[in-house]
Design a protein around this ligand. Structure first.
Ligand code: ACO
Length: 324
C-alpha cells in the first residue's frame, strides 16, 4: 500500500474590483491591444484598500472546505504560498488559521514567488506521505497590486490579486501511475538569476516593501525552456508520457509562454486551462485559481491526469503531476 495525497476540495476568491486593460490607457503609454496581443491578459482583479492577502486566502479556504464537506477541525496543517503577506510576521497562514477557528495543527507561509503553489503542493505531499499530516489546506494568495510601480508599463499591466485553495488528504493507493492523487513533484531554483525578477525593498535592506522589477524578455526565455524540462521530469517520475496528460494547469503569466510549453509537450490548447485573460498574473494564486475555476466549469473528470507547472522570481520553478 502506498499513501497518496488526493485532492478532496477546491475553492477560490477574487476581489470585486475588475480592472480592464483600457483603464491603464489613461495614465500610461499603453493600449488594450498591446496588452492582449503580447500577454493574453484582458482584465485583472485588484483588492480593495482594506482587503489583505489573508482576507482573500480565508475566503478561498472557506470555499475549499465547503467543497470538501469539511470543517477547520478536520485539518492538520495550512500552507499558504505568498510573497505579499499582510505583515512581516506573523505568517498570513496563522491569521487564516485563527479566522477559521482552527485550534490544533500548524500553519506557515511559503515564499517561492510564482512557483509558490507548486512548492506548497510538493511540501504538503511530503508531509502526507511521511505520515506527519492527514489533511493539509494548501492556499495560494496574493495582493501583487501593493508592490507594483504604476508608472512602469512593462510590469504593472501584468499582475492581479486573488486566492485559490486546495485540500489534500491521505488515501491509499497501489503505488502505480493509476493511483489517484499526487503522482510526482519536481522542484528547482537557481539564485544566480535573482536580478531577472525581484522587489527592490525589504526588511533588512530598505525597511520598505519596495516595488516589483522585471527583465521580461530574458525571463521569457528561461520560462519556455525550464517549464518544459520540469514538466517532462515530473511526468517521467510519475511513469507517464506527455500524451497521457489530460490537462495542463499552468502558471498564468503569458499566453505565449503557456502555448509554447504546451507545444513542446505535444498538446493542443484544448488541453490547457486558461484564466489569464480574466485574472492576469496572480503569482502563487494563479494555479489554484485556474484549478478551481476549471473545476467549477466541470472540466475535470475522475481519473484524468493534470500537470501543474510554474516559474517565478528566484528563479524558482517546478511542477506537480496528479490524477484527479
Ligand atoms: N504597453 C505598450 N508597450 C509596452 C508595454 C506596455 N504595457 N510594455 C512594454 N512595452 C514596449 C517596450 O518598451 C518595448 O518597446 P521598444 O521596442 O520601443 O523598446 C516593446 O514594447 C517590446 O517590449 P518587450 O519587453 O520586448 O516585450 P515582450 O514581447 O518581451 O513582452 C512581457 C513583455 C509580456 C513582460 C514578456 O517578456 C513576458 O511575459 N515575460 C515573462 C514574464 C514571466 O513569465 N514572469 C514570470 C512569472 S512572474 C513572477 O514570478 C512574479
Amino acid at each position: 500500500m502506498t499513501v497518496r495525497a488526493v485532492v478532496c476540495g477546491v475553492g477560490h476568491y477574487l476581489p470585486e474590483r475588475v480592472v480592464p486593460n483600457a483603464e491603464f490607457e489613461a495614465s500610461l503609454e499603453t493600449s488594450d491591444e498591446w496588452i492582449r496581443t503580447r500577454t493574453g491578459i484582458e482584465r485583472r482583479h485588484f483588492a480593495a484598500d482594506d482587503q489583505t492577502t489573508s482576507d482573500l486566502a480565508l475566503r478561498a479556504a472557506k470555499a475549499a472546505l465547503a467543497d470538501a464537506g469539511l470543517t477547520a477541525d478536520d485539518l492538520d496543517a495550512i500552507i499558504l504560498a505568498t510573497s505579499t503577506a499582510d505583515l512581516t510576521f506573523p505568517s498570513a497562514a496563522t491569521m487564516v488559521q485563527a479566522a477559521l477557528g482552527m485550534k490544533s495543527g500548524f500553519a506557515f507561509d511559503l515564499q517561492a514567488v510564482c512557483a509558490g503553489f507548486v512548492y506548497a503542493m510538493a511540501n504538503a505531499n511530503a508531509m502526507i506521505i511521511s505520515g506527519q499530516a492527514q489533511r493539509v489546506l494548501v492556499i495560494g494568495a496574493e495582493t501583487f497590486s501593493r508592490i507594483l510601480d504604476f508608472t512602469d508599463r512593462t510590469t504593472c499591466v501584468l499582475f492581479g490579486d486573488g486566492a485559490g485553495a486546495v485540500i489534500l488528504e491521505a488515501a491509499t493507493g497501489k503505488g502505480t501511475s493509476e493511483d489517484r492523487g499526487i503522482l510526482a513533484t519536481d522542484l528547482h531554483s537557481d539564485g544566480t538569476h535573482r536580478n531577472l525578477l525581484y522587489v527592490d525593498g525589504g526588511v533588512s535592506t530598505t525597511g520598505t516593501s519596495g516595488v516589483l522589477k522585471m527583465q521580461g524578455p530574458e525571463l521569457f526565455k528561461h520560462a519556455v525552456i525550464k517549464l518544459a524540462e520540469t514538466a517532462l521530469a515530473s511526468l517521467e517520475k510519475a511513469g507517464l508520457s506527455p500524451d497521457q496528460l489530460d490537462w495542463i494547469v499552468p502558471h498564468q503569466a503569458n499566453i505565449r509562454i503557456i502555448s509554447g510549453t504546451a507545444k513542446k509537450l505535444g498538446l493542443s490548447m484544448d488541453h490547457v486551462v486558461l484564466t489569464l485573460q480574466d485574472h492576469g498574473n496572480t503569482s502563487a494564486a494563479s494555479i489554484p485559481l485556474a484549478l478551481s475555476t476549471a473545476k467549477a466549469e466541470g472540466k475535470f473528470k475522475p481519473g484524468q491526469v493534470l500537470l501543474m507547472e510554474a516559474i517565478g522570481g528566484g528563479l524558482a520553478w517546478g511542477s506537480v503531476v496528479l490524477r484527479w
